[in-house]
Design a protein around this ligand. Sequence first.
Ligand code: SF4
Length: 318
Amino acid sequence: MSDTHPIRIGISHCLLGAEVRFDGGHKRDSFLADTLSQHVQWVPVCPEVEAGFGTPREAMRLVGPSDEPGLVTIRTGRDLTPEMHRFSHRRLRELSAQNLSGFVFKKDSPSCGIERVRLYSSHGIPGRQGIGLFARSFMQRFPLIPVEEEGRLNDPVLRENFLERVFCYHRWQDATRKGFARRTIVQFHTEHKYLLLAHSQPHFQELGRMVGQASRYSPTQLAQQYGARFMEALKVKATVRKHVNVLEHILGHFTERLTGAERGELHGTIRDYHRGLTPLVVPLTLVKHYVRRFDIAYMRSQVYLNPHPKELMLRNHV
Ligand code: SF4
């Protein structure tokens, strides 16, 4: 992780406790505001306030077709869609200079929600296929940047997955900040091999082939294709079975250097993890101990062993 470039994550401002909601309230989320804030720099955005709608303001909702809904106030029926689009266009241009590594959006909001936002037909019939107008524009403009809603971050698996993607994307931004050298991309791939394997074997193989044939691509082509497929791979859920597979691969690097008792203990912790008796952090801690003890340079550089700050305790729950 870079010490020089802070990890910047965009966030719906009400989630940090700002009183910007339509009713003058907030939706402070303590994990985001207290815990994660020690590791990242927040870039708060409240689309409705920054678009000039004021606080308090009339509540609004999405109305119309799901691919092009309008933002309309509920009581007076005022159409605020053009203002929101103008604001989004301007604000996204500013955000592109901020090098964001992720965005946490407020769920259910007609401006910020990323999925299943209440959407009304022109006859007033509600459905759940809406996407907030600002969130939609953000995802279209920055398709690789990891996004998530605060509600889903209460699920330990989704939380770990989102933050892993954020930290990986930040490393990718750092690696390619000075341009797209083939050598840099090959090194990036080498360091992320086991992490990729924990998510998707097909992506792992495809990206391996891409890097193996790096000279066939221009550096820019390679970076664009690699970056997109890499971020896509991390969205595939890492399961217990896949983690067990990775742990066994890693074990292959030093198993013959262990005593019988050590080998038995290590296999026992992996078995317990497989059976759901312990979290991932237990076999991983022992694996890291042996990687240090045998000083295995190739393994030491594997991001899989330390994908995010241990203080976040993300692998204590998966
Ligand atoms: S959900 Fe979005 S638009 Fe609504 S108050 Fe929060 S930041 Fe502002």
